[in-house]
Design a protein around this ligand. Structure first.
Ligand SMILES: Nc1ncnc2c1ncn2[C@@H]1O[C@H](COP(=O)(O)OP(=O)(O)OP(=O)(O)O)[C@@H](O)[C@H]1O
Ligand SMILES: [Mg+2]
Length: 467
């Protein structure tokens, strides 16, 4: 980023765009000018932009919902062509938007940009100061210290305070519902209901009444008026899980609620207003469903105002040890058991496993091991067969000690400490095997003192009788 900040200019009027661009470049700003078309927000997210200068009419044509989304993106907006006359028609709703009339007075534009920069640094300061307790609250429920998890925590704390619709995508078991609950907990709606609806689990013909409620007699079996999940979530949060499974007819109805914030119970003649924050989630690829026409494009855009993607566990392996430790402590306490921990080699196996079921699979495995083992240390033999088969394909090879190789690092990364540890264990075990268990000879093969080898064996819980 330039010292003066990076500015993104969105204006289809080439003359005015070039003038602003040349002037601000001269003043020391980094300028990006791009044809953004309909992918305005995507372009912003991909580029590290501090301020957007946009022509109001142009912006309205490419991103009609820009006001709603403006507080959710980092850059501030300076709108050109926002005159007193147009202010009634297009009310400025966000503090993140600065306006200037047309024709542009360049000095006025510069002072506005400087004001926007000042405001921006104050806002960043406030967020980091006020954000720390939110961070603590989050990290107490959502475990993970990897860069993607930290970015996720930051995103969650940022979006929690707004009412914008959130779409959470990620493989099964990655923690989508946990993230949705965290957003609700950190929002000013936390004292009201968090209402989950699993769109895949409710039969199609019942989902509409489940969501919107029904009036008595509206269909066979509707013996009494019933309120729906939307009403239950009034002033709270509605969590629409497995949204990718929602059928086309309901997609239309949901779109209407998102647009107008009102709905009609099945069989009712009047619509009802509702104040609901919507968080949707899916483990399907919604963009692909849009392309195959199984999901409405307009609904997709309405839902993904704030898109959040939770990466699979195999892409953040450094979280595995801390998750194991947390689950172990929890299940030991729940079940009044006293499992001491995992041996280093069993931990190494788990760090290198692919985890197709993500955190849920890990949580279930730890629970099962705590129940079955009860006490002591969990060693590789305690692990179910499928985890051990991963051990064979362990990327660290003892065939070529010391020789750096190009293909040691697996696609999804590696838990370095565990890998180095296992490499060391393997060499020690080979040396002991070659020396017939004689530690003095094994130590010689490893260029170690005998006492150092014994110390290592103890530390690593590699049981070996004294000789
Ligand atoms: N980061 C995490 N820290 C602690 N527990 C987690 C984390 N992520 C997931 N879990 C736990 O894993 C389990 C699965 O999480 P959750 O139900 O939120 O996943 P999901 O993405 O909604 O899965 P699905 O797509 O199958 O519905 C839950 O028990 C949850 O508490
Ligand atoms: Mg879920």
């Amino acid at each position: 980023m330039q010292e003066n900040g990076t500015i993104f200019i969105a204006d289809c009027d080439v003359k005015s765009r070039d003038l602003v661009s040349a002037f601000l470049t001269y003043k020391g700003y980094g300028i990006t000018v791009a044809e953004v078309g309909t992918s305005f927000f995507d372009t912003l997210q991909k580029n590290n932009v501090d301020i957007v200068i946009a022509d109001l009419a142009y912006l309205q044509s490419i991103a009609p919902d820009f006001e709603e989304r403006s507080s959710m993106i980092n850059p501030l907006m300076v709108l050109i062509g926002y005159s007193e006359a147009s202010s009634d028609e297009h009310k400025k709703t966000s503090d993140d938007i600065f306006t200037i009339p047309k024709p542009i007075n360049l000095d006025e534009l510069e002072s506005l940009v400087m004001r926007a920069r000042e405001y921006q640094s104050m806002k960043l300061y406030d967020n980091s100061a006020g954000g720390s307790s939110q961070f603590q609250l989050l990290s107490a429920t959502m475990i993970g210290t990897s860069p993607p998890m930290r970015a996720l925590f930051e995103m969650i704390s940022k979006v929690a305070t707004s009412k914008a619709t959130v779409l959470i995508q990620g493989e099964s078991g990655t923690g989508k519902e946990l993230a949705a609950r965290a957003i609700h907990q950190l929002s000013d709606r936390h004292a009201r209901n968090f209402v989950p609806v699993n769109c895949a689990a409710i039969p199609d013909d019942l989902l509409e009444s489940e969501l919107f409620g029904h009036v008595k007699g509206s269909f066979t079996g509707a013996y009494a008026n019933r309120i729906g999940r939307f009403e239950m979530a009034d002033r709270g949060t509605l969590f629409l899980d497995e949204i990718g499974d929602m059928k086309a007819n309901l997609q239309v109805k949901l779109l209407r609620v998102l647009q107008n914030r009102e709905f009609e119970p099945v069989g009712a003649s009047k619509s009802q207003k509702v104040d609901v924050r919507i968080i949707a989630a899916t483990n399907k690829n919604l963009e692909e469903l849009v392309i195959s026409r199984d999901f409405r494009e307009d609904l997709y855009y309405r839902l993904s105002v704030i898109p959040i993607v939770i990466p699979p566990l195999r892409e953040r392996r450094e979280d595995i040890p801390v998750l194991i430790h947390t689950f172990l402590t929890r299940f030991n306490a729940d079940k009044r058991h006293a499992v001491k921990g995992f041996s280093r080699d069993s931990l190494a196996i788990l760090c290198n496993y692919e985890w197709p079921g993500n955190v849920r699979e890990l949580e279930n495995l730890v629970e099962r091991l705590v129940i079955l083992k009860g006490s002591g240390l969990i060693v590789p033999d305690d692990l179910p067969e499928k985890y051990l088969s991963g051990k064979i394909s362990h990327p660290v090879s003892v065939q070529s000690p010391g020789l750096p190789s190009d293909n040691l690092l697996p696609e999804g990364g590696i838990c370095l400490n565990s890998a180095v540890d296992e490499f060391e264990n393997n060499l020690i075990m080979q040396a002991l095997a070659r020396s017939g268990g004689n530690k003095k000879e094994a130590a010689l093969l490893l260029n170690l003192k005998r006492t150092t080898l014994i110390e290592k064996l103890k530390k690593k819980n590699l049981a070996f009788s004294e000789d």
